[in-house]
Design a protein around this ligand. Structure first.
Ligand code: C2E
Ligand code: MG
Ligand code: MG
Ligand code: MG
Length: 279
């Protein structure tokens, strides 16, 4: 099954060029109304520590399409980014995330969870993104350090250089956490890690997938983890599917893990009942 496995690939449209353009147009039009029709869903996947205890979760969007069913983000986020609809979608995601954090305020266990959300390059590079986030945090009253924003290397790369430092500094000042997503797959230079006040690196799942039988992946992963220690960065390993991968990563000093081994992305009610049944 090719669906949703690759990054940035729109598998829906592997037919002719013309067909692809038409479908994109259709999807874009449908997307325009999808939020108002309440078709967006935020799923949650646990992030655990080296004791496999849940320390947070990542919100992952899906589109509950009336005819096509649950559409994965790789099939509509790239389209939303091109047409600018990503701004409305991104605001919806952040709103939902903040609502959740507020709901958990009085729950002792959930109070300790951090909620991560993906912010696209287009959204992050909006001139008023910082102001938007500031007013959002003011509206919902919770400790901002419980919100983690995940940016990809592309998001950093595409932003105007001087602007980037200021923007990230402003984010930090607000107290939110910042993670560099899919680390190792983009074009970013290591000097970013020195200059930008990030909190976390997420090792891309492509390194984790072949970790146990590929010496190169072992070398890269070990180097990232040792570098992170010196840079005071937390490392989250993505795509952990087996206990062997978990043990190996832990032996290298990795402190946080995400993957099907601990739970698949699920609606919040499923997520919460899984946590209870594990405890
Ligand atoms: P990501 O942020 O790197 O999210 C991790 C992806 O890996 C998710 O795919 C997740 O379901 C998948 N995954 C987690 N554990 C495993 C595992 O053990 N094995 C395998 N094979 N896969 C695993 P998903 O949900 O399809 O999301 C794909 C991408 O779409 C995300 O990658 C993120 O870049 C983007 N995305 C998702 N939600 C949002 C959103 O709300 N806004 C924006 N801008 N992008 C989003
Ligand atoms: Mg992410
Ligand atoms: Mg990732
Ligand atoms: Mg990804």
């Amino acid at each position: 099954e090719a669906k949703g496995n690759g990054k940035n690939q729109v598998v829906l449209f592997d037919d002719s060029q013309q067909e692809r353009v038409n479908r994109r147009f259709v999807v874009e039009n449908e997307l325009r109304d999808a939020i108002e029709r309440d078709e967006m869903r935020l799923f949650f996947q646990p992030i655990v520590n080296d004791q496999q205890v849940v320390v947070g979760m990542e919100g992952l969007i899906r589109w509950q399409h009336p005819a096509r069913g649950l559409v994965p983000p790789n099939e509509f986020i790239p389209i939303a980014e091109q047409g600018g609809l990503i701004l409305a979608i991104g605001r919806w995601v952040l709103d939902r995330a903040c609502e959740m954090l507020v709901e958990w305020k009085s729950d002792h266990e959930r109070q300790r969870w951090t909620l991560s959300v993906n912010v696209s390059a287009r959204q992050f590079n909006e001139p008023n993104f910082i102001e938007y986030l500031r007013s959002l945090l003011r509206r919902f009253d919770f400790p901002p350090e419980r919100l983690c924003i995940e940016l990809t290397e592309t998001a950093l790369l595409n932003s105007i250089d001087g602007d980037l430092q200021d923007k990230i500094a402003a984010l930090k000042k607000q107290g939110v956490k910042l993670a560099l997503d899919d680390f190792g797959t983009g074009y970013s230079s290591l000097s970013y890690l020195k200059r930008l006040p990030l909190n976390k690196l997420k090792i891309d799942q492509s390194f984790v997938r072949t970790l146990l039988n590929d010496r190169k992946d072992q070398g890269i992963t070990a180097a990232v983890l040792s570098m992170a220690t010196f840079l005071d960065l937390e490392v989250v390993a993505e795509g952990v599917e087996t206990i062997e991968q978990f043990n190996y990563l832990r032996s290298l000093g990795c402190g946080a893990f995400q993957g099907y081994l601990f739970g698949r992305p699920a609606p919040i009610d499923t997520f919460l009942s899984n946590q209870i049944s594990c405890a």
